[in-house]
Ligand binder design. Structure first.
Ligand SMILES: O=C(O)c1ccccc1N[C@@H]1O[C@H](COP(=O)(O)O)[C@@H](O)[C@H]1O
Length: 217
């Protein structure tokens, strides 16, 4: 069986990074959305990223960032990928890729079949697509809400032009079923690996990676 690549998102402490690396995660995410309980400052992310084990893909999660914000983050934090988690257009995705020379993962929220069609326009420009649940109406956060969507919608998308990752309410308890239904080879978790909002739980990180089928360390 092929290994699944896991992203643990919203890491805030050196212990979180050790737990993710030991559990076999392939990606770690630093969240720069200030309203999130998982957010870190540029200084905090820099300190975490410089100590992260070589080989872990370090991802900056940003929401509708302007160039000034991205300039500040990318000039300080050693990063491997930018995750655009807002309403960025395909043109903006291409612009960010060209300006910063980093792979870009564009997030698209899904709740209906039409949302799946919207993905196509981004496959031509993004290096990866992250498919997340749409945020509930009135939610403060555009992601990280712990809500799932109908995974059957994704099972019907047969052809992908670019690597993609599944997110949205994934937990150690449901991730194996989500992978089975969608055929995802990469999965992402934020709240499902926590004991309280913004507090990662090493046991849940380990359980998530094991249930997903991440390579054992
Ligand atoms: O995690 C957050 O707080 C967050 C805030 C703003 C945008 C995105 C955010 N998280 C991303 O959303 C997915 C799904 O989260 P969850 O697992 O349902 O809690 C997560 O993997 C992050 O990439």
């Amino acid at each position: 069986m092929m290994d699944i690549r896991v992203k643990i998102c919203g890491l805030k402490t050196p212990q979180d990074i050790v737990a993710a690396a030991d559990a076999g995660a392939a990606y770690i995410g630093f969240n720069f959305f200030a309203k999130s309980p998982r957010s870190v400052t540029v200084e905090e992310a820099t300190a975490l990223a410089v100590e992260a084990p070589v080989g872990l893909c370090k991802v900056a999660l940003v929401v509708n960032p302007d160039d000034a914000m991205l300039d500040e983050i990318t000039s300080a934090v050693p990063l491997d990928m930018i995750q655009l988690h807002g309403q960025e257009t395909p043109e903006r995705v291409a612009e960010v890729k060209a300006r910063y020379g980093l792979p870009v993962m564009k997030v698209l929220g899904v709740s209906t079949a039409e949302d799946i069609q919207r993905i196509e326009a981004y496959e031509a420009v993004a290096d990866q697509i992250l498919v997340d649940a749409k945020a509930p109406k009135g939610a403060v956060l555009p992601g990280g809400n712990g809500v799932t969507f109908d995974w059957g919608l994704l099972a019907r998308k047969k052809y992908w032009r670019t690597p993609w990752m599944l997110a949205g309410g994934l937990t150690p308890e449901n991730v194996a079923e989500a992978i089975r239904v969608t055929g995802a080879r990469q999965v992402d978790v934020a709240s499902g690996a926590e004991s309280a909002p913004g507090v990662k739980d090493p046991a849940r990180i380990r359980a998530f990676c094991e249930a997903a089928g991440a390579p054992r360390r």
